[in-house]
Design a protein around this ligand. Structure first.
Ligand code: AGP
Length: 614
């Protein structure tokens, strides 16, 4: 959940590193640092807080670093030790000759630390990473071979890591390795780039090598040597990256989040393209590899995910059960992996993840894979570790999502679940032709309906102003929109720090109703359909306790105007597709409240976009 970068070549390195870190800021932003190889030494610069602070530090040292053409950098999301300068990476050995940056967690760092202390190492930081700096330096002192030293150290490390290492003895050599953490090497002309993720290198090259676990690459400006953990040489596989650098610009929007919300109609069009042509034609999911026999034998589906992806999975459960009559369980990956789960070769296990990097979901997938289940991954990153584990894949094609709060990736995940549920229904023959065609026709109208919501945001902005001073917020819904209530509340919490909670409305009277009074806003996601009347009654119960009532609705019912203080209207839509339409105003409401409060919308406190620790 940190970002690492590295460069070895002929160009001045500092700007390349800082620019790379800027592209990785979504991975963490509590401190940062770089180390560069100058003529005489390795110079390390670090700063607490946002990357701008590091830039300020570097400005004062420009003359020292302009000639350096090799270096490493890091942006941190603290796990071990507070976000201070001392704990910021790069970390060095005792004499400062060896430096490393690390993303991941060294699980046996306490044992390693004791061992290294006995060997005379003095620790400066509270991080797990520093043990690795001392350990590799110790191995280097024995072997005088940096690649060998990294390989020997890796054998003693337990946990997850992507490491980039350099030594003052070696003017032009970086050594990188990884296990259960992402690392990509960009291949340039007479230069190599290293990064935790593609955005940090895409400006420089589209040619890349994804390192596999336990591989070690030794890079100089004009050579790359790749070995496995036994020291055997491997041929690197160079891939062409599908990304465009322009995707990372705000395109005139104040924040990435607002831009990403507005991209959603096109995100839906993109994902439907090639998969759904007309209502009469079958859904095409090329990368879903379930055979007719798999489908026949399938008796259960388990979906694992975290955060926003978990909410998309909850909608997915509803759809698959409704369309296909297959039992579906949804569980937070972090819970799933620490209990006895019952999965076998007749269970389809679906992992949902924007980043494809979330450690808990990766572990859950690996556990189910070991028990013989078919693994289907729904992800925005078809190049990710999770996608590489998949037997079947649905790439959601939402484009890079920079803002930490997931928006367009959520809508893309929902659309993936509609496609999957209809695909399974077609394969199993569980829906009749007219129902299938009607659902597909409705799905094809979604981009326009989302555009309609985005076209008139006055009501939402008004609500944001009225409710921005509240300390608490309750979202209620029923049925397929219960996950919408959870996701709406999560969005608000994440970026405005208002304590927001989503409830299934029927549960209100079993406890939460005690919190209602004239200060509490209750937002009711009141969409036409099977639970409309029930939810209206629950809203009346809340109104009777003097709560401040807000409706998000597509109903023309007169009762709505009588009952609610504020109304956010959305276009009419079939009930089963209402989670898409209802979510857009909730994303905007969270955005406008946070913006109104002057919060750091794209990089909220304590969060990171990819959670690569369990
Ligand atoms: C959503 O706004 C959050 N950033 C977070 O809940 C996120 O959805 C969660 O960490 C899961 O990430 P993933 O989809 O990349 O696996």
């Amino acid at each position: 959940m940190c970002g690492i970068v590295g460069y070895v070549g002929l160009k001045p390195v500092a700007d390349i590193l800082v620019d790379g870190l800027e592209q990785l800021e979504y991975r963490g932003y509590d401190s940062s640092g770089i180390a560069v190889k100058t003529d005489s030494k390795i110079a390390v610069y670090k700063a607490e807080g946002k990357l701008q602070n590091l830039k300020d530090v570097l400005r004062a040292h420009t003359s020292e670093i302009t000639t350096a053409t090799m270096g490493i950098g890091h942006i941190r999301w603290a796990t071990h030790g507070a976000p201070t300068v001392v704990n910021a990476h790069p970390h060095t050995c005792n004499c400062g000759s060896l430096v490393i940056v690390h993303n991941g967690i060294i699980e046996n760092y306490k044992e390693l630390k004791e061992k290294m202390e006995k060997l005379g190492c003095v620790f400066k930081s509270q991080t797990d990473t520093e043990t690795v700096a001392h350990l590799i330096a110790h191995k280097y002192a024995q072997t005088k071979d940096l690649t060998k030293a990294v390989s020997l150290a890796a054998q003693e490390i337990e946990g997850a890591y992507a490491l980039c290492v350099m030594h003052n003895d070696l003017k032009n050599t970086l050594v990188v390795t990884k296990r259960n953490a992402p690392l990509v090497i960009g291949v340039g002309e007479g230069e190599y780039f290293v990064a935790s993720d593609v955005p940090a290198i895409i400006k420089h090259t589209k040619k890349a090598i994804y390192l596999n676990d336990n591989q070690i690459a030794t890079l100089t400006p004009d050579s790359l040597k790749l070995i496995n953990s036994n020291g055997e040489e491997l041929s690197p596989k160079v891939e062409v990256l599908p990304w465009e650098p322009v995707a990372l610009s705000k395109m005139g929007y104040k924040h990435f989040m607002l831009k990403e919300i507005h991209e959603q109609p096109d995100v839906i069009r993109n994902i439907l393209f090639g998969k759904l042509h007309t209502p009469a034609e079958p859904i095409i999911l090329d990368e879903v590899k379930l055979t007719q026999k798999d489908l026949k034998d399938l008796n259960r589906i388990q979906i694992v995910a975290c955060g926003t992806s978990l909410h998309a999975a909850m909608v997915g459960k509803y759809l698959i059960e409704q369309f296909c009559n297959i039992p579906v369980d949804v569980e937070a990956s972090s819970e799933y992996i620490y209990r006895h789960t019952v999965t076998d070769e007749h269970t389809l296990v679906v992992g949902v993840s924007q980043s494809g990097e979330t450690a808990d979901t990766i572990t859950a997938i690996k556990q189910s894979q070991a028990r013989g289940s078919h693994i289907l991954i729904i992800t925005n990153r078809p190049d990710s570790a999770m996608a590489r584990l998949a037997d079947s894949l649905i790439p959601v094609n939402a484009g890079i999502e920079v803002s930490v709060a997931a928006t367009k990736s959520y809508i893309a995940q929902l659309i993936s679940f509609y496609l999957l549920a209809l695909y399974l229904a077609e394969a199993k023959g569980s829906l009749d032709k007219s129902a299938l065609e009607s659902f597909k026709a409705e799905m094809m109208l979604l981009p326009q309906k989302v555009e309609q919501v985005l076209g008139t945001t006055d009501d939402i902005q008004r609500c944001a102003r009225v409710y921005s001073s509240t300390k608490d917020f309750i979202y209620i819904a029923r049925g397929i929109n219960y996950p919408t209530a959870l996701e709406g509340a999560l969005k608000l919490k994440e970026i405005s720090y208002i304590n927001a909670t989503g409830y299934p409305a029927g549960e209100l009277k079993h406890g939460p109703i005690a919190m209602l009074d004239e200060t509490m806003p209750v937002l009711s996601i009141l969409m036409n359909g099977s639970v409309y009347e029930k939810l209206l009654s629950n809203s009346e119960e809340a109104k009777a306790r003097n709560a401040r009532m807000i409706a998000l609705t597509n109903s023309k019912d007169k009762k709505v105007e009588e009952l609610f203080d504020n109304i956010i209207r959305v276009p009419d839509v079939q009930e089963l597709f209402s989670p898409v339409i209802a979510m857009i105003p909730l994303q905007l409401l969270a955005y406008y409240i946070a913006e109104f409060l002057g919060k750091d919308v794209d990089q909220p406190r304590n969060l990171a976009k990819s959670v690569t620790v369990e």
